[in-house]
Design a protein around this ligand. Structure first.
Ligand code: HAM
Length: 416
C-alpha cells in the first residue's frame, strides 16, 4: 500500500538547498566574531529537566507558562525541549566547574531551540540561535564587547537596516525601589484577572503587553531607568561610554522588557526595520542572580541569543546575500574511465587547496553534463577526454564570460 505523503510538523523552520547555503552563511557570520574574541564552543543537550527552565527562565514568562514542549520520558521524568540556551549553559558551567577556572568563562553555542508559539512569518516552533555567555565578571567593558560581537555578526552578513535598543534593569536594590512604585501604579489600573496575576508574578511584564488599552494605561507608569542605584547608574554609564568608543549606535529604550525573567543590569535587543511583527533579530543582557538560583556561586553573567532564521530573513529582505558567493569554483566533466580517475585526482588536490570542485558523474554524454555544469552555477568548467589526458592541458571555460583558456592540468589552481 502506498503511504501518504508526510510533512514536517507545523511551524518548524527547515532549510534545504539552495537556501540552506544562505542559512549556513548567516550562521557562520554570527558565530565567527565570538570565536575571534576567544569564546569556546559548548555543545549541550536539546532537552533538560523541566525544573531548569521553570527555575531559570521564570514562571511569569510566556516561554515557561505557555510555550514549553514538556513531556514525560520513559522513566517518568519531566523533560523539556530547550526554549533558550542560557539556563542550560549555566547548568553545565556549574556541573563541570567551569566557574572555578579562568573568569569570565566564555562560551558560544549554536543550535535548535523550541517554543510552542503561534507560527507566523519569522516565528517558528523550532528555530535556530547562535548564542554566547560570558560568566563570572561584571566589568561593563564585557557588556560592550558582547554587544559589539553581536553587532559584528550582523555586519558580516551585510545587514544595515537594524537598530540596537539598550536599557538597564539595575541591581536588586534598584528593582525593589521601582517595584514598590510600579505595583502601586498598577493597583490603580482596572485590569482583568489574568493580567493582574501576571503582574503579581512580575509587574514589568505589563510593559510588554501588546493590547492597546494596556499600552495606554502603562504610558505613565514609573520607569525602572529612573530608579537605578548609584552603582547601577555608573555601570550603565560605563557601558554606554564603551559603546561610544566602539562607534556602536544605540537607542535607550527604558520600556524594553525581555521575554525571560533572569535579566538584571544591561539588557539589549537588535531590531530589524524590514521584518514586521517579528523584528527582534537578537537580544540579551546581564543575569546576576541566575547562577545562584540554579544552585551555583553568586556570579554575574552576560550573553546574547541571535536568531539565525530571522537574520536570514533580514538578509533576504535587504537583498544582501548574493547566490553568487555560494557556487563551486570548478566543475569537471570527465569523458571515459581514465578521465574519471584523473578528475578524482584533480578534484582532491584542488579541494586540499580550498577550492570547491564538483565532478559530473554517471557517464553522461557531454551535452547533458554541460547542462549540469551550467545549472550548478560553477564559475569554471573543464572537460577531460583522451586528448586532454595525452596533452596534459585542458580548456578552462569561464562560465560567466564564456571565454576559454588553455591551462596545464598541474597548474589549474592558478586559473581559478
Ligand atoms: P530571546 O530574546 O528569547 O533570548 O531569543 C533570542 C533571539 O532568538 C530573538 O531575538 C529572536 O531573533 C530569536 N527567536 C526567539 N524566538 C523565536 C521563534 N519562535 N522563532 C524564530 N526566532 C526566534 C534568549 O533566548 C536568551 N537566552 C538570550 C540570552 C543569552 N540572554 C543572555 N544570554
Amino acid at each position: 500500500m502506498a503511504g501518504h505523503k508526510l510533512q514536517a510538523p507545523k511551524g518548524v523552520s527547515e532549510y534545504v538547498p539552495p537556501r540552506s547555503k544562505a542559512f549556513e552563511f548567516v550562521r557562520d557570520c554570527l558565530i565567527n566574531p565570538a570565536r575571534l574574541a576567544g569564546y569556546q564552543l559548548i555543545e549541550l543537550p536539546v532537552f533538560e529537566d523541566t525544573e531548569l527552565f521553570t527555575r531559570g527562565v521564570g514562571e511569569s514568562t510566556d516561554v515557561v507558562s505557555k510555550e514549553m514542549y514538556t513531556f514525560e520520558d520513559r522513566g517518568g521524568r519531566s523533560i523539556t525541549l530547550r526554549p533558550e540556551g542560557t539556563a542550560g549553559v549555566m547548568r553545565a558551567v556549574i556541573e563541570h566547574g567551569l566557574d572555578r577556572g579562568q573568569l569570565p568563562a566564555k562560551l558560544w553555542y549554536s543550535g535548535a531551540f523550541f517554543r510552542a508559539e503561534r507560527p507566523q512569518a519569522g516565528r517558528y516552533r523550532q528555530f535556530y540561535q547562535v548564542g554566547l555567555e560570558a560568566i563570572g565578571l561584571d566589568d561593563p567593558a564585557i557588556d560592550a564587547e558582547v554587544i559589539a560581537i553581536a553587532d559584528a555578526g550582523f555586519k558580516a552578513i551585510g545587514l544595515t537596516k537594524y537598530r540596537l535598543d539598550i536599557t538597564s534593569l539595575g541591581d536588586t536594590q534598584s528593582r525593589a525601589a521601582h517595584r514598590v512604585d510600579l505595583v502601586k501604579f498598577i493597583e490603580g489600573l482596572d485590569l482583568d484577572e489574568a493580567t493582574t496575576s501576571r503582574a503579581d508574578l512580575n509587574p514589568l511584564r505589563l510593559f510588554d503587553d501588546k493590547r492597546a488599552e494596556i499600552r495606554d494605561a502603562m504610558a505613565k507608569a514609573p520607569l525602572l531607568l529612573d530608579y537605578l542605584s548609584e552603582e547601577s547608574t555608573e555601570h550603565f554609564k560605563q557601558v554606554k561610554k564603551y559603546l561610544d568608543t566602539l562607534n556602536i549606535a544605540y537607542v535607550i529604550n527604558p520600556r524594553m522588557v525581555r521575554g525571560l525573567d533572569y535579566y538584571t543590569g544591561t539588557t539589549f535587543e537588535f531590531v530589524h526595520e524590514l521584518l514586521g511583527a517579528q523584528s527582534g533579530i537578537g537580544g540579551g543582557g546581564r543575569y546576576d542572580g541566575l547562577m545562584e538560583e540554579l544552585g551555583g556561586q553568586s556570579l554575574s553573567g552576560i550573553g546574547f541569543g541571535l536568531g539565525v532564521d530571522r537574520a536570514l530573513l533580514a538578509a533576504e529582505a535587504e537583498g544582501v546575500i548574493s547566490a553568487e558567493s555560494f557556487v563551486s569554483d570548478l566543475f569537471i566533466i570527465p569523458l571515459g574511465d581514465l578521465a574519471k580517475e584523473k578528475a578524482l585526482h584533480i578534484a582532491s588536490a584542488l579541494r586540499r587547496a580550498g577550492k570547491t570542485v564538483e565532478i559530473a558523474f554517471g557517464d553522461r554524454a557531454l551535452k547533458g553534463a554541460m547542462k549540469s555544469a551550467d545549472k550548478s552555477g560553477a564559475r569554471y568548467v573543464v572537460v577531460i577526454g583522451d586528448e586532454e589526458l595525452s596533452s596534459g592541458s585542458v580548456e578552462v571555460k569561464n562560465m560567466n564570460s564564456g571565454v576559454t583558456a588553455s591551462v596545464r592540468i598541474d597548474s589549474l589552481i592558478n586559473a581559478l
